[in-house]
Write a protein that binds this ligand. Structure first.
Ligand code: NAD
Ligand code: GLY
Length: 358
C-alpha cells in the first residue's frame, strides 16, 4: 500500500493507493474519532460490484452503515439527486457525527462531496474513486459540485475529503473507453508538470491499456502526487491551480456543443489539449514538435484528437459563456514545452478563430 499526503494544514489528508483493501478500510479511519454512522452514496452497478467489501471495511471500524443509490450518469449530478440523499439523512436523523462515503466515479464523488459540504454545514467525507479519471483527478483536491440545467458544475464548494482510498482492483471492471478517457487527465499531468511521466506514457501505452499492475501504480501515484502539489500551492484556484485546466477550455466547449452526450469528459479534454497545443504553437509559445508529440500520445491511447464540426462562432460563444471566462476574456493554459505551461488570460479572438478552423 502506498500512502501520499496532501498537506493543507487542518484540512490535510492521506491518499492511499493499493489493491483489494476495501474490506480492510476500517484500519485507516482511526482519525475520524467522533464518527458513528456512515452513509455510502453510490450507483446500483458499482454497489453490486464493490458495496459489500466496502460495507465490511466500514463495519470493521465499528460504524453503522446505510447506503443510498443514485441512478448512473452525469444527468444525476443535480440538486434533485442531492435532495434524495438529504432526505435520507434527515428522515433517518443523521447528525454531525456522520461520515459520507463516495463510492464511484467523478459523478458520485462530486455529488457526495457537495452533500458533505452542505449537510448540517459540513460533515466528514471520504472518497473511494472507482474510475481512472476519479482516481487521478476528481477525488483529490476538494472540488465538489452539482450541475445546473444552464451548465456543468455551476453549484459547488471547495470541501476537502478526509481520506482518498484508491483500490486499483476496481479498475478491472471499468469499460475500456472509460479507462482511456481517464488517460487524458494522466497525459495532462505529463504536459503541465512532468516530462518523465510523458515519456513513460509514450513508452508503455500498451502495458498501461492492459492495466499492468506496476504501470498503473506508477501513473496513478505520479498523477496524485502532481495534483496534491498543485492543490497544496493554490487550494482555491486563485491562480496556479488553473494549470490543471490545460485542455479544458476547448474541451468544455466540445462537451457543451455536443450536449454532454457524445464525448466523455476525458475525450473532450484530449481534443482540447491538442488544440491548446496548436494555439500555443501558433502564438510562438512552443514548437511544432511539441504539438505533434501531444497529438501522437493522445492518439496512442485511442483518444479523439479532432474537433467535432460546429461553426467557429459557436465554439467561441460557448467559451465566453464558460464559468471561467470573464469580461469576454477567455483564459488558456498554453504549453511552452512538455512539462512547462503558462496561464494566459487574453488570447485574441482572431488567433483562436485561426486555430479552430485549421
Ligand atoms: P462517471 O462517474 O460517470 O463514471 C463513468 C461510468 O463508469 C459510469 O457509468 C459509472 O457507473 C461507471 N463505473 C464507475 N466505476 C466503475 C467500475 N469500477 N467498474 C465499472 N463501471 C464503473 O465518470 P468519471 O469520468 O469518473 O467522472 C466524470 C465526472 O467527474 C464529471 O462530472 C466531471 O465534471 C467530474 N470531474 C470532477 C473533477 C474535480 O476536480 N472534482 C475533476 C474532473 C472531473
Ligand atoms: N480538475 C481540476 C481541478 O481539480 O482543479
Amino acid at each position: 500500500m502506498k500512502k501520499l499526503k496532501i498537506d493543507l494544514a487542518d484540512r490535510s489528508y492521506d491518499i492511499l493507493i493499493g489493491r483489494n483493501f476495501l474490506s480492510r478500510l476500517g484500519g485507516h479511519l482511526s482519525h475520524l474519532k467522533s464518527v458513528r454512522r456512515a452513509l455510502v452514496v453510490t450507483n446500483p452497478a458499482i454497489n453490486k460490484l464493490y458495496g459489500k467489501a466496502l460495507s465490511e471495511g466500514l463495519q470493521s471500524a465499528g460504524l453503522a452503515i446505510e447506503c443510498v443509490e443514485i441512478p448512473e450518469g452525469e444527468t444525476h449530478k443535480t440538486l434533485q439527486d442531492a435532495q434524495t440523499v438529504y432526505n435520507h439523512l434527515i428522515e433517518n436523523q443523521y447528525d454531525r457525527n456522520t461520515l459520507l462515503v463516495a463510492l464511484g466515479g467523478g459523478v458520485i464523488g462530486d455529488l457526495t462531496g457537495f452533500i458533505a459540504a452542505t449537510f448540517l454545514r459540513g460533515v466528514p467525507c471520504i472518497q473511494i474513486p472507482t474510475t481512472l479519471l476519479s482516481q487521478v483527478d476528481s477525488s483529490v483536491g476538494g472540488k465538489t459540485a452539482v450541475n445546473h440545467p444552464k451548465g456543468k458544475n455551476l453549484i459547488g464548494a471547495f470541501y476537502q475529503p478526509r481520506l482518498v482510498a484508491i483500490d486499483l482492483d476496481t479498475l478491472s471492471s471499468l469499460p475500456p473507453d472509460e479507462f482511456r478517457a481517464g488517460m487524458a487527465e494522466v497525459i495532462k499531468y505529463g504536459v503541465i508538470e512532468d516530462p518523465k511521466l510523458f515519456a513513460f506514457l509514450e513508452k508503455n501505452s500498451e502495458k498501461i491499456l492492459n492495466q499492468d499492475t506496476q504501470c498503473l501504480e506508477t501513473i496513478i501515484e505520479t498523477s496524485c502526487a502532481i495534483k496534491a502539489k498543485v492543490v497544496e500551492r493554490d487550494e482555491r484556484e486563485s491562480s496556479y491551480r488553473m494549470v490543471l485546466n490545460f485542455g479544458h477550455t476547448i474541451g468544455h466547449a466540445v462537451e457543451a456543443l455536443t450536449s454532454y452526450s457524445q464525448y466523455k469528459h476525458g475525450e473532450a479534454v484530449a481534443i482540447g489539449m491538442v488544440y491548446a497545443a496548436k494555439l500555443s504553437c501558433q502564438l510562438g509559445y512552443c514548437s511544432e514538435t511539441v504539438v505533434q508529440k501531444i497529438e501522437a500520445l493522445v492518439e496512442q491511447f485511442g483518444l479523439p484528437s479532432r474537433l467535432p464540426e460546429f461553426p467557429v462562432s459557436e465554439y467561441i460563444e460557448t467559451m465566453y459563456r464558460d464559468k471561467k471566462a470573464h469580461d469576454r476574456n477567455i483564459r488558456f493554459i498554453l504549453v511552452k514545452d512538455i512539462g512547462t505551461v503558462e496561464i494566459v488570460d487574453r488570447v485574441a479572438e482572431a488567433d483562436l478563430q485561426k486555430v479552430l478552423t485549421a
